[in-house]
Design a protein around this ligand. Sequence first.
Ligand SMILES: [Zn+2]
Ligand SMILES: [Zn+2]
Length: 162
Amino acid sequence: MLGFNLEDSSDVLYNQYKEKLRVLDPKYHDEVHFGYFLVSDPQFAKTIKSNIKEGWKYLEKSMKIPPTILINNYIHGASNIDIKRPHYKEKKSGKLHCYLCEDALAESVIDKIKFMEIKCNCNTMVVHTSCANDFIMKYSQCDICKKYYDVNQHCSSLRDIL
Ligand SMILES: [Zn+2]
Ligand SMILES: [Zn+2]
């Protein structure tokens, strides 16, 4: 997690934080402050350990300034505590999902469809056009790498870009 190890005690984390500020170039300090802000939040530390979708959603609601994109990335990769979900997932297997919502983008990678690609230095999201528009209205810049998103519309099969 941004160079911090959550297994370490809070004293160790604090010392690492001070050390990073001492040795790293000031242009990385924002990232260090941000990383420490997250790992020193007990709720965040708990959530990252359990890595459950519901936990991340709760965290997003409970944090004053939630790092939304980071949390969304975790939600995307997290497991789900709803035991009915695996069935739902099986049914949808083989379809390609929008990064930002639960719906499929296409039935298969070879179908020709319209979709958007949102890119920064740390992530590429392949999403519905409407999802992309909503997203870009809210976030123009990545929380993590600070790059302004590149947004490209595609009208092709997913296979052509993935
Ligand atoms: Zn979508
Ligand atoms: Zn980024």
